[in-house]
Design a protein around this ligand. Structure first.
Ligand code: G1P
Length: 300
């Protein structure tokens, strides 16, 4: 099957969720950090919602020990649902957790050898199709009425094909925490302009970074990346880096960067997590006004 422009559709998403979440200890001692809630939804749910909005149906979670709460979250909770039904309560609130039989797969990354290694662990399930990657720590939140980040990327992909990365600009002194692109020409595509990616470097020194445009946790990649990852080459921090594998594909494969028209919260950090919680609570119809009044009281 192909899209009207001849590119294979994006049907599969990979969610690397094996990380230990040490920055959120002790909260993450017994529960995965991806299960920490922003208001009343766990962080992983927002990423899955974004994938579904983009038309993606097959979800692959790269998990590790102690992450089984994620599997339970996307499963049927028989006792809960039976009890709620008997009490006449609506089950609509659980709808986002229903991925459907056969639509999710879990594969374990046995050792923390890096993001590239985590993605490579999903190779047999991904097969020979282009696929999307979501790093759930990067919470990409659409403007009210706007499209999610992956939906914007899929739209661009349907036009230009190849490989796509979401990027955003950060203050120059922060680039060494991220993958950074070497930006080329701008071309029109999707909902705005796309930037050609001429090179990529993972966690460069500030004075050596090719730009301040960082990879912000969303990717559409061709399956060839798995063959590069197969070599298991180590990069920054002694880890097998996805950025390095992609860098090796530039020249043989088209790579474009999409700047998300929406908001990004860095939920890998405590400050970003609190910011996301406040922003979403303020937006909610059922509590926004109360949260605003509460914040004003607290700030007095
Ligand atoms: C990973 C990627 C990096 C990307 C970042 C986004 O880094 O390796 O290229 O910019 O996620 O958050 P990590 O945060 O795992 O160190």
């Amino acid at each position: 099957m192909q899209t009207s422009t001849g590119h294979k559709p994006i049907r599969t998403a990979v969610f690397p969720v094996a990380g230990l979440g040490t920055r959120f200890l002790p909260a993450t001692k017994a529960i995965p950090k991806e299960m920490l809630p922003i208001v009343d939804r766990p962080l992983i749910q927002y990423a899955v919602d974004e994938a579904r909005e983009a038309g993606i149906e097959q979800m692959i979670f790269v998990t590790g020990r102690g992450k089984s709460a994620i599997e339970d979250h996307f499963d049927i909770a028989f006792e809960l649902e039976k009890t709620m039904s008997e009490r006449g309560k609506s089950l609509a609130v659980l709808e986002p957790t229903r991925l459907g039989p056969g639509n999710c797969a879990y594969v374990r990354q046995q050792e923390p050898l890096g993001l590239g290694h985590a993605i490579w662990c999903a190779r047999s399930i991904v097969g020979d199709e282009p696929f999307a990657i979501f790093l759930p720590d990067e919470f990409m939140h659409a403007h009210p009425g706007g499209d999610g980040c992956m939906k914007q990327m899929v739209e661009a992909y349907n036009e230009v094909g190849g490989n796509l990365l979401s990027v955003l600009e950060v203050p120059r002194e922060q680039v060494s925490s991220y993958g950074v692109i070497d930006p080329g020409a701008e071309v029109s595509g999707g909902q705005g302009t796309l930037t050609e990616v001429r090179g990529l470097v993972e966690k460069p020194r500030v004075d050596q970074a090719p730009s301040n445009k960082i990879i912000s946790g969303r990717y559409i990649l061709q399956p060839e990346v798995m063959r590069v990852l197969e070599r298991q080459e180590k990069g920054a921090g002694g880890e097998i880096q996805l950025t390095d594998a992609m860098a090796q594909m530039i020249g043989t494969q088209p790579f474009h960067a999409v700047t998300f028209n929406g908001r990004r919260f860095d939920c890998g950090s405590k400050l970003g997590f609190v910011e996301a919680t406040l922003a979403l609570a303020l937006e909610r119809e059922d509590m926004g006004a109360d949260v605003r009044a509460m914040a004003q009281r607290l700030l007095q």
